[in-house]
Design a protein around this ligand. Structure first.
Ligand code: SAM
Length: 279
């Protein structure tokens, strides 16, 4: 019988955040695949867990993926841990999960910290709808293309960022998103120097022109303003009657024109119909 892969979330700073289930799983498996074996060894030593470790990272994921799958097919159980936090979030874990699924190997998760979600809930920005964007490219053109692609997104946006790239990223964000957008720069989560800086992108650019970024960052950015999108609608300044007439003039039947105008405005068809036929 095949073994099982345990996706084990480990702390993103504070070792007190490790869960009893995570420790139990790490104790019980036959092998632990780690993104950074030295870092994971420190965690294991702290909790006096002694287990065979194997590295699994971006540069060896193909061969190591096959190796881990062969062990799982031999009936061994394995745990996957990332550098910090939840595996398969901005690390190659997703490839191993896919391989397991292709090979009919059971995968289970042991939940724990994710930097993105903790930064979001501390940001003070809307949490109801958000988009996780991971890391931006170091390549300026790709980075700009990525930012352009989410410029009009109304979801709160979440990016991971390394300190040495922060200034360039903020400059690009200021140019693409505009300097007035709100941003929360969340750094060193769960650690002694945990800090949340809530300001506009312009204020963040000014601050980091004078101060050097330190530690690990999550950037949480206000989504595009809904009104920006509405301004782009060519019916925005029309009355309901003018709106319906516009579609009729374009060749729609009055029934279809009322339906379409109602959809555009997010109104019930009946309301648009009544308004259109009002004396
Ligand atoms: N798998 C991890 C998770 O669950 O969040 C993320 C791994 S990703 C390779 C590493 C990035 O996560 C860092 O560059 C940083 O943007 C963010 N990060 C991780 N730990 C953090 C912390 N304690 N405070 C702020 N950001 C952190």
């Amino acid at each position: 019988m095949n073994g099982k892969l345990y996706l084990c979330a480990t702390p993103i700073g504070n070792l007190g955040d490790v869960s009893p289930r995570c420790l139990e799983a790490l104790q019980s498996v036959d092998i632990i695949a780690a993104e950074d074996t030295r870092r994971t060894l420190q965690l294991l030593n702290h909790f006096e867990i002694s287990k065979p470790l194997t590295s699994y990272h971006e540069h060896n994921k193909r061969e190591k993926g096959e190796y881990i799958i062969s062990l799982l097919k031999d009936g061994k159980n394995a745990a996957l841990v990332s550098d910090a936090g939840t595996p398969a979030i901005s690390d190659p874990g997703e490839d191993l999960v896919r391989l397991c699924i292709e090979n009919d190997i059971e995968v289970t998760s042991i939940p724990g910290a994710v930097a993105a979600v903790n930064a979001l809930i501390l940001s003070g920005l809307p949490t109801r709808r958000f988009a996780f964007e991971g890391f931006l490219s170091v390549n300026k053109r790709h980075r700009r293309e990525h930012l352009e692609s989410v410029k009009s997104d109304t979801h709160t946006l979440i990016f991971y960022e390394a300190p040495h790239k922060l200034k360039n990223t903020l400059n690009d964000m200021s140019e693409v998103f505009g300097s007035d957008r709100k941003i929360a720069l969340v750094r060193e989560l769960t650690k002694i120097h945990e800090e949340v800086k809530r300001c506009t992108i312009a204020e963040a650019v000014d601050f980091y022109a004078e101060n050097n970024p330190r530690g690990e960052y999550v950037l949480v950015i206000e989504g595009a303003n809904d009104t920006d999108e509405i301004e782009e609608n060519d019916w925005d300044n029309l009355s309901v009657k003018e709106h319906v007439d516009k579609y009729i003039a374009e060749g729609m039947t009055s029934k279809d024109a009322i339906k379409k105008a109602a959809q555009d405005r997010g109104l019930p068809k009946r309301d648009v119909y009544n308004e259109y036929h009002r004396e």
